[in-house]
Each structure stands twice: as structure tokens, then as C-alpha cells.
Design a protein around this ligand. Structure first.
Ligand code: ZN
Ligand code: ZN
Length: 222
């Protein structure tokens, strides 16, 4: 398990199983927000890192989406620290097993009903921020995928909106709706963050500079 401080308020924790898996620990005045929970064997290291940082208690868990490699440690973490868990409302029926994920034959209940809370929205339907972290709805890889932008640190936590390798953005694997994903990808132009982190890959600096390369990847794979 590899721990890295990404920016003033963000740490990442990484493990490998053929590909890398990341989760992020985001610190503010009140304590810690965990973004995604990775695969099941990351739970112990996540809890240890939160304790070791001594920056306050775990306040909440925010999910980018509900694929199993992003909610793997959820149960174990909640047994130790029962905190609210938020995900986009559009993702909830897929995680709760009411509907099969696109291109999957079977619906699988990963959590019990009523357990996940929808990310709060304001009256205009915009997702509300949690301190410095603002969620943006970015469907395509999954129906309710979101990314989280940390304004002060100028870091985008992009989940599976992309993969990356050696600093290069790659179209995310297992994306059932590439058209929608490409449309959602425009968030990197809109926000133009200094740094982007993805779950399966390494850091990407100034991702918006790679926009035209990314569009080519989508068109080549059509
Ligand atoms: Zn995924
Ligand atoms: Zn993933």
C-alpha cells in the first residue's frame, strides 16, 4: 500500500492488482472525507492512515460511483466508523441492485436499500459542495458517475472518468456509454485544474492541455 500527499489537503492511498487502485483522503477543519473506498483489502490501511494523520475524525464517505472496486472496503470501514455515505442519486438503483448496470446482465445488490444517501442538490439541480470539495455529475462510465474538485488545492479527483499512464490521459476502460463519457470529459476544460487524479492510473498535470488527444482516442475507438 503506497501513501502519497497529493496537495495541501489531499492524500492518496494506492494498491495494485494488475492495475492500480486509488482512494483519497481529504482533510478540512472538521476532519476527514474519504473519496471512494477501493478494493476490500484496503480497509485496514485506510483506517490506519486516517488515525496516523491526526487531523480529526472521518466525517463522511463520498463515492465517485458504485462499481465494486470503489466500494470494496465500505462495509469494513463503516463497521469501525459509522459515517454517512453519499453517491449521486442516479447511481443508487444500480448499487442497490434494483437495476443492472449498463451492459451487465444481472442486477447485483452491493449494499442494502436505504443505506446510501443521494448527494445533496440545490434548487437549480446543481450538486452542493462539501467544504472545499464540489461534486460534478459526469455520467458515461456509469449512470451516476461524479468527479470531485478541490478548489483551494486545484485538484480534480476524477474516479473512473478517465484512466491514465505516465501522465497521459486514457479513455476509461469498461465505459458503456463513450459518447456520454466524452461529453462529461469536458469538465476538464471547464475547470482546467492544475492536477488530476484518477482511480486507475497516475497523476495528470494540466489535463485540459490533452483535450484534443483525448478526443482522438474516442474517435479511433468508435
Ligand atoms: Zn468504474
Ligand atoms: Zn474502477
Amino acid at each position: 500500500m503506497k501513501i502519497k500527499q497529493i496537495s495541501n489537503h489531499i492524500w492518496s492511498l494506492k494498491t495494485w492488482m494488475i492495475i492500480p487502485f486509488h482512494v483519497w483522503i481529504v482533510v478540512d477543519k472538521e476532519g476527514v472525507t474519504l473519496v471512494d473506498t477501493g478494493v476490500p483489502w484496503m480497509a485496514k490501511s485506510i483506517l490506519q492512515l486516517i488515525d496516523k494523520l491526526q487531523v480529526g475524525p472521518l466525517q463522511r464517505i463520498l463515492l465517485t460511483h458504485g462499481h465494486s472496486d470503489h466500494i470494496g472496503s465500505l462495509k469494513k470501514i463503516l463497521l469501525a466508523k459509522p459515517v454517512p455515505v453519499f453517491v449521486h442519486s442516479k447511481e443508487i438503483p444500480f448499487v442497490e441492485g434494483d437495476k443492472p448496470y449498463p451492459q451487465k446482465r444481472k442486477a447485483v445488490a452491493q449494499v442494502t436499500n436505504g443505506f446510501l444517501r443521494p448527494l445533496p442538490e440545490d434548487t437549480s439541480g446543481e450538486l452542493s459542495p462539501f467544504g472545499e470539495l464540489t461534486p460534478y455529475y459526469t455520467p458515461g462510465h456509469s449512470p451516476g458517475h461524479v468527479v470531485y474538485y478541490h478548489k483551494q488545492d486545484d485538484v480534480l479527483l476524477a474516479g473512473d472518468l478517465f484512466n491514465s499512464k505516465n501522465g497521459k490521459i486514457l479513455k476509461a476502460r469498461f465505459t458503456p456509454d463513450p459518447k456520454e463519457a466524452l461529453h462529461s470529459s469536458e469538465i476538464i476544460k471547464q475547470i482546467n485544474p492544475t492536477r488530476m487524479e484518477v482511480c486507475h492510473g497516475d497523476s495528470v498535470f494540466k489535463p485540459a492541455d490533452q483535450w484534443s488527444e483525448l478526443v482522438k482516442q474516442y474517435h479511433l475507438s468508435e
